[in-house]
Design a protein around this ligand. Structure first.
Ligand SMILES: Nc1ncnc2c1ncn2[C@@H]1O[C@H](COP(=O)(O)OP(=O)(O)OP(=O)(O)O)[C@@H](O)[C@H]1O
Length: 731
C-alpha cells in the first residue's frame, strides 16, 4: 500500500526536528502539535489534506528555522505522485473567505444572473466564470469597470468592436474619452477614498528606525498638478518625456503629471549604461529626461546624472536623491528640480487634465530583451485599466490595502503598480533604496504592507541572508512573483514568513500590460505553478505542427493567445508588430492566434508551468525538453548550489545536441570539483526527469549573465559555450 501522508510525517523523529534547528525543549511540544494537527486532517491518505490541516493549526511559525518548514513540507508530500496528481498544493481557498475576495463578491452578486443554475459558489464556479469572461468580454469588462476609479469624460460607445478586420486585436472602448492619470487622483466614494486617504507611504534607506512617511491623496494631486503646470511651460502637448531614476515618490509624481498634462512618458530603467539610455531616447524621440543626481542603494552612492549626460544630449531635469539641493552641477541647458518647480509658480494651482481617446499613447516601455533587442512598446490609456483589473481580480487588491513591489518605472511592474494601486483605492508603498537588504524587509513590516510582490532573485537573497529574522510579516495577505520561473524552495520560505499566505504567480509581457497566466485566490495554489489563465484571457497550447491540444488535457507546447486581448499592444515603435506577434501563427476559431513565445505545460489538475522561451527548448536524444525543467531538478542536487542554468550545445563536428549545465555556488571562494557536480546532476536528472538524458558538460562560473531586469540570459551562455567548444576544437 502507498505510504500515507500521515505515515510520512510519522517517519519524522524528534532528532530530525532538533537537527532542523529547534531546541530540545521546544522540539517535544512541536512534535506533539504536529501529530495532533495531522490526526485532525480530513483524510490520512491525502497529503494535501494533511498539509492543509498542519497549516491551519498554525504549528509551523514564521520564526521557525526554514529547515523545519522543509522537513514537514517535504515529508508530507514525499509520496505525492506529481505525474498522476499534478503539482502539490500548499494553499487552499476558504469557502467563507472566498466570498470576501473582489472576484468572489462580484460572482456572488452576478453569478446566478449570468450563469443561471450552473452557478454554485465562487470556488466551484470559478472555471465557469473564467470561461464566461473569455466568451463575454463586454459583460466582464462592464462588471470590472464598476470596481475601478475610471471616470470617462465621454463613455465608450462599445466595449469591443471587431468589425474592422485589419485590426487583429479588435477595437476597444470606441468613442471613450478620459485622462487615466486623473482617474488615479480623484476621491472615489465607492472605494471610501477621500482626499485624506493615504496614497503613498515611503521611507528613505538608512532612516530605517524612523516612522514611515505618508502622503495623502490631496497632497499627491497637488504635487502632480504643480509638476504638470511646470511641464506646460517647457513642452508641447504630445511631447515624449523620459524618466530614468529609481521609483521614488517624485518619480511617481512626475509620471502621473506627464500623463495628466497630455504628454507621453518614456520609461527607462535606472540600471542602464549610457549607450542603452541613448538608444531608448532615440527610438522614442524623447525631448527631455527626468533623472536623479545619484542613486542611493545599499548605503552606497552611485552616479546617475553623469550616465544620463553621457547617453543623451536631451534636456535633463535633475532631482536630488536626498535633501533639497542637487549634488551635481547641471550642464548648460539642464536644470535642477528646484528651478523646474519654480517655473510653475504664479500659474493657477488647479490644473485641467488633457482628455484624450482611450487609445491615445501615454507611455513608451521597453521589453527586457531576453529574446533579442528590446522592443519599444507603446501603452495607451487602455493598458492601465487592464493592469488595475488584473490586480483587482488576481491579487485581490482592495481599497485601503497597502501594496509594495520593488521595481522601476522602466519595467512593466512599475506602471502596473502605480495604476493598480491608485485605480483600486489602495496605498502604494515605496522604499527609496535597495530592496535586497534588511532595511527593505523592515519597511514591509513597518509600513504594514499587506500585498507584497517580488521577483525570484529578490526572494533568493532575502532567504540566503535570512533577512526577515526578528521581523513580523504576518500582516501580509497576498504575495506575488513574476519575471522568471520561481524556485519552489525559495517560495516555500517566502510563504512561510507570512504564515503560509498564497503567492500569486504572474507571467505575461510588457506588450500585454498584464499576465496571461496567473494564480487566483479562488483556486488552490502550488509552488512554482500557475492555477490558470488570467480573467478574460483565452489561449491554446500548440503541438509542433501548430495544432491545438484539447483544452482539458495535460500537454506541453507553445502558447497561442486569443488575439482579442484587452490592453495588448497593436504596434511597436522599432519593429513590425504583425511580424513579431502574428506572422506564421495558426488560425483558431476564425482568428489568427497571437504569439507570445513561451513554452508552457498544462499539468494534471489544470495548473500551468512555464518551461521557458521557445528558444530555450532543446532536443536531447530526440526528446524535446526545456531548460527550466532541468534546472529545477539540478538546483536541488547539491546543498552548495545557488543556481544552475541548462543549455544545449552543438558539437563542432555536428551531431545531436548535448546538455551543458552551468552552476553558481553559494560559496564562491572554496573550490569545488566540477566532475563531482556532474555526477550529482546526472543522478538527479536520471532519477527525477529522464534516465536517457546525459549531462555532457558542467562548468562552475562566478555569476550568470542577466538582462538589466535580472532575467537569466541563456542565449548568451549558449553562445559563449559554443564559442568555447569551437576554440577548443581548433587547438
Ligand atoms: N512567473 C514567471 N515564471 C516563468 N517565466 C516568467 C514569469 N514571468 C515572466 N516570465 C518570462 O518573462 C517573459 C516576459 O518578460 P518581458 O515582457 O519583460 O519581455 P521578455 O520576453 O523578457 O523580453 P523580449 O520580449 O525583449 O525578449 C514571459 O513571456 C516569460 O517567458
Amino acid at each position: 500500500m502507498a505510504a500515507t501522508a500521515r505515515g510520512s510525517l510519522r517517519e519524522i523523529r524528534a532528532a530530525d526536528v532538533e537537527a532542523a534547528g529547534l531546541a530540545p525543549a521546544d522540539a517535544a511540544s512541536f512534535f506533539a502539535a504536529l501529530r495532533s494537527a495531522a490526526a485532525a486532517s480530513s483524510s490520512s491518505s491525502d497529503a494535501a489534506a494533511v498539509w492543509e490541516a498542519v497549516v491551519a493549526a498554525g504549528v509551523l511559525r514564521p520564526e521557525h528555522p526554514h529547515a523545519l518548514h522543509q522537513l514537514v513540507y517535504y515529508s508530507v508530500y514525499a509520496a505525492w505522485d506529481r505525474a498522476a496528481r499534478g503539482p502539490p498544493p500548499y494553499w487552499f481557498p476558504s469557502p467563507t473567505d472566498c466570498k470576501q475576495t473582489n472576484l468572489g463578491r462580484v460572482m456572488e452578486e452576478n453569478g446566478p444572473k449570468l450563469l443561471g443554475s450552473s452557478y454554485k459558489d465562487p470556488i466551484s464556479s470559478f472555471n465557469l466564470f473564467h470561461k464566461f469572461s473569455v466568451e463575454n468580454q463586454e459583460a466582464y469588462w462592464k462588471l470590472v469597470l464598476k470596481t475601478l476609479s475610471v471616470k470617462f469624460l465621454r463613455e465608450p460607445k462599445s466595449i469591443l468592436d471587431t468589425s474592422d478586420g485589419s485590426k487583429k486585436g479588435g477595437t476597444w472602448f470606441q468613442g471613450a474619452v478620459l485622462n487615466i492619470a486623473e482617474c488615479c487622483l480623484l476621491p472615489w466614494p465607492s472605494q471610501n477614498r477621500t482626499d485624506d486617504s493615504t496614497a503613498i507611504v515611503w521611507r528613505d534607506e538608512g532612516l530605517d528606525d524612523y516612522p514611515v512617511n505618508r502622503m495623502s491623496l490631496k497632497e499627491l494631486r497637488t504635487q502632480v498638478m504643480t509638476v504638470a503646470n511646470a511641464l506646460d511651460t517647457m513642452f508641447q502637448k504630445g511631447d515624449r518625456i523620459a524618466i530614468d531614476m529609481p521609483m521614488t515618490c517624485n518619480a511617481v509624481i512626475v509620471y502621473l503629471a506627464i500623463i495628466l498634462g497630455g504628454f507621453v512618458v518614456v520609461s527607462i530603467a535606472d540600471s542602464f549604461a549610457p549607450q542603452e539610455i541613448g538608444t531608448r531616447m532615440r527610438v522614442s524621440d524623447a525631448k527631455a529626461i527626468f533623472t536623479q543626481d545619484f542613486i542611493i542603494r545599499g548605503r552606497k552612492k552611485f552616479p546617475l546624472y553623469s550616465r544620463v549626460m553621457e547617453g543623451t544630449s536631451s534636456k535633463a531635469i535633475v532631482i536630488p536623491a536626498t535633501g533639497d539641493c542637487i549634488g551635481v552641477t547641471p550642464r548648460d541647458g539642464d536644470i535642477s528640480w528646484k528651478d523646474f518647480l519654480s517655473r510653475g509658480v504664479g500659474r493657477p494651482s488647479m490644473y485641467s487634465p488633457v482628455y484624450q481617446s482611450a487609445d491615445a499613447l501615454i507611455n513608451i516601455l521597453f521589453s527586457s530583451g531576453t529574446t533579442g533587442d528590446p522592443k519599444a512598446i507603446p501603452w495607451t490609456q487602455l493598458c492601465p485599466i487592464r493592469c488595475g483589473a488584473d490586480t483587482w481580480a488576481h491579487l485581490d487588491v482592495r481599497p485601503q490595502d497597502i501594496g509594495c513591489w520593488p521595481t522601476n518605472l522602466g519595467w512593466v511592474m512599475g506602471p502596473i503598480m502605480v495604476f493598480s494601486s491608485f485605480l483600486s483605492g489602495a496605498t502604494l508603498a515605496l522604499y527609496h533604496g535597495s530592496p535586497l537588504g534588511h532595511g527593505f524587509c523592515k519597511f514591509v513590516q513597518d509600513a504594514r504592507v499587506n500585498v507584497l510582490g517580488t521577483v525570484p532573485s529578490l526572494v533568493k537573497s532575502w532567504k540566503t541572508g535570512n533577512l526577515t529574522k526578528g521581523l513580523d510579516w504576518t500582516k501580509i495577505r497576498v504575495l506575488a512573483t513574476t519575471g522568471e520561473a520561481s524556485d519552489i524552495d525559495d517560495n516555500l520560505w517566502l510563504s512561510s514568513r507570512a504564515c503560509y499566505k498564497p503567492i500569486v504567480e504572474c507571467c505575461g509581457g510588457t506588450e500585454l500590460a498584464s499576465s496571461y497566466i496567473q494564480g487566483s485566490l479562488l483556486q488552490p495554489q502550488a509552488f512554482g505553478a500557475f492555477s490558470g489563465a488570467s480573467m478574460s484571457t483565452g489561449f491554446v497550447i500548440l503541438d509542433e505542427q501548430g495544432n491545438p491540444y484539447p483544452d482539458d488535457l495535460p500537454c506541453a507546447g507553445e502558447v497561442g493567445l486569443f488575439p482579442l486581448y484587452f490592453g495588448a499592444s497593436s504596434q511597436l515603435l522599432n519593429a513590425d508588430h504583425n511580424k513579431v506577434y502574428f506572422d506564421g501563427m495558426p488560425i483558431y476559431r476564425g482568428r489568427q492566434l497571437r504569439r507570445h513565445g513561451d513554452i508552457i505545460q498544462r499539468t494534471v489538475g489544470g495548473y500551468y508551468i512555464v518551461q521557458g522561451r521557445a528558444d530555450d527548448t532543446m532536443n536531447l536524444g530526440g526528446i524535446k525538453t526545456s531548460s527550466v525543467e532541468i534546472e529545477r531538478v539540478c538546483n536541488r542536487a547539491d546543498e552548495g548550489l545557488l543556481e544552475t542554468a541548462a543549455v544545449s550545445i552543438k558539437p563542432a563536428g555536428g551531431g545531436p545536441e548535448q546538455l551543458a549545465i552551468l552552476a553558481v555556488l553559494k560559496d564562491r571562494t572554496t573550490p569545488y570539483d566540477a566532475n563531482l557536480l556532474k555526477s550529482k546532476f546526472q543522478r538527479a536528472i536520471q532519477r527525477n526527469l529522464n534516465p536517457l538524458f546525459k549531462v555532457s558538460y558542467v562548468k562552475i562560473v562566478p555569476v550568470f549573465p542577466r538582462t538589466a531586469s535580472n532575467k537569466l540570459l541563456r542565449r548568451v551562455l549558449r553562445d559563449q559555450l559554443n564559442q568555447e567548444l569551437v576554440n577548443r576544437s581548433k587547438l
